[in-house]
Write a protein that binds this ligand. Structure first.
Ligand code: GTP
Length: 387
């Protein structure tokens, strides 16, 4: 494919992507990353159109070539920014415009000095660099990344290097050497750019879908207010420990905790302030626990803590630690400092327990703590047979 046909193909391809994207984001505003990505693709579509009409002679080359190239830099840099945004980092924001300005100045200088050689060198290097920034965003959380994300990071990085290789090799070997001719380098660079554009377009769409699926799966087991496991998530985490409790020597404890007199917080400061207090107190509890422990929100202001490989007395100490941490915490809401306490019921899983009997026993201990004056830890009676 020659460069003119490729410019047309990429212009039409990007336009065909932008139109449904426009209606998609207009119907239901998507994430900032998706909106940004949509802008990036619009800018790339205009860039390719300009380059195409420039190649046809419909727009003067002195305008189309630098104008199209600068727009292309901007489109690909914004696309890299969208990938960083999707990766949860905002650090790209303050550097985008200065980086683009430096790229524009470098390219224009190179192009003015020597359009064919130096201009092509800087053009390839800048495009390669911006695509490498995209690959870096995809590789950012490598351990947590899906197979698709890892593949895209590697493929985009390799193609970006192939694109930049032209820039690196053109300076020392302007005529090429042996089989590595100038024409071949140009073909490799054009093909890399074409595949990069398609790969990052389809890859980004698939990644967006994959992230949505992961978010939906997460929402099924995570409480959105406190960001700890919800009832379903907690019961999922509990299930294997219920099974393990049938084997001797594997004590696992369950602690139920209920915030005391929470209704007063809502009544005095309003429900939104109550939400803030609830969120912060959940965080206080979480900070007192090990990574292997599991905190869950069962209902309104009732939480549960699963303590694997923990006996009754040790669990009582953990509960006491959480109780003391809550008691000493003052949460600042808009209008006041709120101090709250919680009551705790502690038990361990028994070999013949079902979740119903387990929670009943922990709840009885919790109610005993409430009746004994709140802000205390009560233990369920220890099992008469070894646990
Ligand atoms: N702000 C806020 N309040 C909630 C939420 N879920 C439950 N609540 C409130 O928490 C309060 C729980 O009240 P109860 O558990 O019946 O009683 P309490 O006032 O905590 O008193 P005791 O449990 O008897 O110590 C109710 O007023 C609920 O409306 C929530 O997500 N946000």
């Amino acid at each position: 494919m020659d460069a003119t046909t490729m410019a047309l193909a990429l212009a039409l391809g990007n336009l065909a992507l932008c139109v449904p994207l426009f209606f998609f984001t207009a119907g239901a505003p998507g994430s900032p990353a998706l909106s940004l990505w949509s802008v990036a693709r619009q800018v790339q579509a205009i860039a390719w159109l300009l380059l195409y009409f420039g190649a046809l002679g419909k727009v003067p080359g002195s305008l189309a070539l630098p104008g199209g190239s600068l727009l292309l830099f901007a489109g690909i840099a914004i696309e890299a920014g969208a990938q960083w945004e999707a990766a949860g980092s905002e650090r790209w924001r303050p550097i985008l415009v200065p980086l683009l300005c430096v790229a524009a100045v470098l390219f224009l200088l190179a192009w003015l000095v020597d359009e064919t050689l130096l201009g092509a060198v800087v053009y390839s290097l800048i495009l390669g660099l911006f695509y490498l920034a995209q690959a870096a965003a995809l590789a950012h959380s490598w351990r947590a990344a899906s197979i698709l994300q890892r593949f895209l990071a590697l493929a985009i990085a390799l193609l970006a290097l192939a694109l930049a290789a032209r820039g690196v090799l053109l300076m020392p070997l302007p005529e090429g050497r042996g089989w590595l001719s100038f024409a071949l380098l140009r073909q490799i660079s054009l093909a890399s750019l074409y595949v990069l554009s398609l790969l990052s377009a389809f890859g980004s769409l698939l990644l967006a879908r994959e992230r949505l699926q992961q978010e939906l799966a997460r929402m099924q087991v995570i409480d959105p207010l406190t960001d700890v496991a919800n009832r379903r998530g907690f019961l999922n985490a509990l299930a294997p420990w219920m099974a393990l409790a049938r084997r001797p020597g594997h004590a696992t404890a369950l602690v139920l905790l209920d915030l005391d007199n929470f209704k007063r917080v809502n009544d005095s400061y309003g429900h939104p302030a109550g939400d803030v207090v609830l969120r912060q107190l959940a965080e206080v509890c979480r900070r007192q626990l090990r990574d292997s422990d599991q905190l869950g929100r069962l209902t309104g202001v009732e939480f549960a803590i699963l303590l694997p490989r923990t006996g009754l007395e040790e669990a009582a100490l953990v509960a006491e630690r959480v109780r003391a941490a809550l008691e000493s915490t003052a949460v600042k809401t808009g209008r006041a400092l709120v101090k709250l306490t919680a009551s705790f019921g502690v038990t361990t899983i028994r070999a013949d327990d079902s979740t119903v009997t387990l929670f009943q026993r922990a709840d009885q201990a919790l109610q005993a703590a409430k009746q004994a004056g709140r802000n205390r830890v009560e233990l369920a009676p220890a099992a008469t047979v070894p646990e």
